[in-house]
Design a protein around this ligand. Structure first.
Ligand code: NAP
Length: 253
């Protein structure tokens, strides 16, 4: 028996980056993992990779900002596995720009994916958790919640997720459900690669600059975030509720 044997896990934005690493970590601990992503190609590559290793995983293509689609996928998963124990709200996008250049669409897209998407998934899945009197919801915030130039939309959404986390922790605690957030610092993924490109830097130079600001002297890897997510998801973490854990190689960066 491994730590998550028999648990059903629902991970959004699971095709690549942090979501892929979180899904892999749960699968390696014998959980049954449902990977959800808007991007079908990376989703099917990741799902096949995990299946080839003998893990019990399923892929679902969905835009989490669409409530009807989310309800449909969640009901399908609950029908398939009889329950959903753990939800990781990880899917995210960037539409960075300095305030006066930020378009309505830059603002709305970021709010729709991070806030509306997390709301859609949490609302749809909590009813199955309440029914079984067990649940773990883990939201992926960011150090940008503390403020970051060029990210008025993203930092607002990531700070909003922290309020959402604390409120659900209060509302759902009585049903055996804990709700916590992980706030990553600089993590090497396609998202930070795209940031380097937008800044006109090589990825190597962006990593080098970021590392110079990080007390532990290295940049973060998706596995660093997966480890923190698994901590909140463990049965033994049932008294840890409404917390935000910064995983950034230092107090913040
Ligand atoms: P990533 O490599 O860009 O992966 C994010 C995944 O989410 C992509 O496959 C993306 O698909 C998918 N996605 C986007 N919108 C979606 C939607 N509406 N419905 C379903 N899936 C959607 O990003 P990452 O670096 O792994 O980041 C994962 C999470 O960590 C995000 O919430 C991010 O804000 C947060 N985070 C990352 C860092 C970092 O340094 N990397 C730091 C702090 C916080 P598309 O490619 O098609 O958009």
């Amino acid at each position: 028996m491994k730590r998550f044997s028999g648990k059903v896990v629902f991970v959004t934005g699971a095709g690549r980056g942090i979501g892929k690493s979180v899904s892999t970590a749960f699968a390696e601990e014998e959980a049954r993992v449902c990977l959800v992503d808007i991007e079908e190609e990376s989703l099917s590559i990741t799902v096949n990779e995990l299946k080839e290793k003998g893990h019990e995983v399923r892929g679902f293509a969905a835009d989490i900002s669409n409530p009807e689609k989310v309800n449909e996928v969640v009901d399908q998963v609950a029908e398939l596995f009889g329950k959903i124990d753990i939800l990781v709200n990880n899917a995210g996008v960037l539409r960075d720009n300095i305030l006066f250049k930020m378009s309505d669409s830059d603002w709305d897209t970021v709010m729709n994916v991070h806030l509306k998407g997390t709301f859609n998934c949490s609302r749809a899945i909590q009813k199955y958790m309440v029914k079984h009197h067990f649940g773990r919801i883990i939201n992926i915030s960011s150090t940008s919640a503390l403020g970051n130039r060029g990210q008025a939309n993203y930092s607002t959404a990531k700070a909003g997720l922290q309020g959402f986390t604390k409120t659900l922790a209060i509302e759902l605690g009585a049903f055996g459900i804990t709700v916590n957030a992980v706030a990553p610092g600089f993590i090497e993924t396609d998202m930070t690669k795209a940031t380097a490109e937008r800044m006109g830097l090589s990825f190597g130079d962006l990593v080098k600059y970021s590392v110079s600001q990080i007390p532990v002297g290295r940049s973060g890897q998706p596995e660093d975030i997966a480890n923190a997510v698994l901590f909140f998801a463990m049965d033994e973490s049932s008294f840890v509720n409404g917390q935000v854990l910064y995983v950034a190689g230092g107090p913040k960066n």
